[in-house]
Design a protein around this ligand. Sequence first.
Ligand code: GLC
Ligand code: CA
Length: 528
Amino acid sequence: MKDWYKEAVVYQIYPKSFCDSNGDGIGDIPGIISKLDYLKELGINTVWLSPCYVSPGDDKGYDIADYRMIDPVYGTMDDFKYMLDEMHKRDIRLLMDLVVNHTSDEHEWFVESKKGKDNPYRDYYIWKDPVDGHEPNGWKSNFGGSAWEYDEASGQYYLHLYSKKQPDLNWENEKVRREIVDMINYWLDMGVDGFRCDVINSISKDFTQEIPGDGPRLHEYINLLNRECFEPHNAMTVGEVWGLTPEQSLMLTDPKRNELSIAFQFDHMSVGRNGGRFYLCDFEPEKFMEHLFNWQYGLMDKGWNAICIENHDQPRALNRYADFENYRYEAATMLGTIELCLQGTPFIYQGQEIGLVNPTFNSLSECRDIEAINAYPELIEKFSEEKVMELFSKDSRDCGRAPIPWNSGKNGGFTDAEPWLKLHDRYESINVEEDLNSERSVFNYYKKLIDLHINNKTILYGQFHQEYNKGPVSVFSRYDDNDTILVICNFSDKEQEFKFGYRELIMSNYGDIKFNNTLPPYAALIVR
Ligand code: GLC
Ligand code: CA
């Protein structure tokens, strides 16, 4: 099927935290295999697997030292192929993570490149002479500090938009492009179904800009990958793009342009932050919905959205956006309703389907994420230790990366050993087994939503219209020639008066109750 990506419901696995099979405290591929029936039961049809290639782990696998090998901590290549087979047997497709803006500094290309200006691999990376004895320009790393690292031996700087152990590849070099094309085809030939493309709008650089933005050759490079890899394999591709407008995003995803299938946007995730991560402000649901609606209109009929509420770079949505202490089930299912009823391909992050919440970090020694660890010195100058830990418990990437509690046993049944990162505090009561057995099971609600999403043509392909969006109440419709479906949400912990009528209740997170112009806290209704 040509456009299978439009009917995909994707589940993101962060392998380090999913399920540990061999008692070393780290999730692995056999652990994933043991949970495939669980995923099948949920009803998803595609998995995006975060990086599991050989990596020193400076950025938890997003620093790749060997693109063609599975890191032994996750298993062997045979384990991987077996997993792929077992997924395909269950009609689940696999998207791998494609991290080609940078490699690890331990990748053999960089080890060679660093040997000197004459090395044949020198131009695989971006080396520049100092300017007036300083960095070539003022670019900052996304993990803090300068994006340039000085190399004493050669007297040059290399570029790293992320950690200094993640040197940026030089895409201007045709040899680099050939290597990447071959590597992508290596995985596609093995049977992988597509890729999530990490920070893909950074691969082409424009050094005349003050901050690193899209370079002039971005579309040319992606078009090359499409022509030589994605299109011949009918692969699905989703680009992680930061800071693009819907118009720019259309250039990447308009099928006529032969670039990517879909693009992630993160505008709605910035609501509740004031100037970046760890700088929090009040969350306004109206703005959150406004961003999502804006992208619905922006891409409708021309491109295709990815809909995402959580991923491995974000804290849990329930902590960010809702009163989960009192309304965990209602808020989790309301967020799910929005995600599964908008037009686009939903990406559900592991744990989201049971309404998982953040852990609490009490000291820096409990944190593992390079972004938080690097931010600590700056934050501790402004805030108390207690406040910084509160910020880390609310907004660090470790929040979403905490291991999955499968049951109420030791370490939530994730591992027999010490887990690599702590679990959330209440895993004895909030875990998969508990949720599955609960009358108010978030999993069961997601299962129904996914089933509705996949089988209802109006929800899959119908037009989108914003009906209402004010304060915490928002209403949108999905319609085509045969049907009109309304989705009504109360994004708050207070009852809301709202006049509305409907013929038929398709689903609601308050069961079969009759709604009389009031919406209970976090109510979500799908009606005709
Ligand atoms: C993406 C990944 C993030 C990683 C970064 C650098 O944003 O999602 O986890 O740190 O790229 O590869
Ligand atoms: Ca393991």
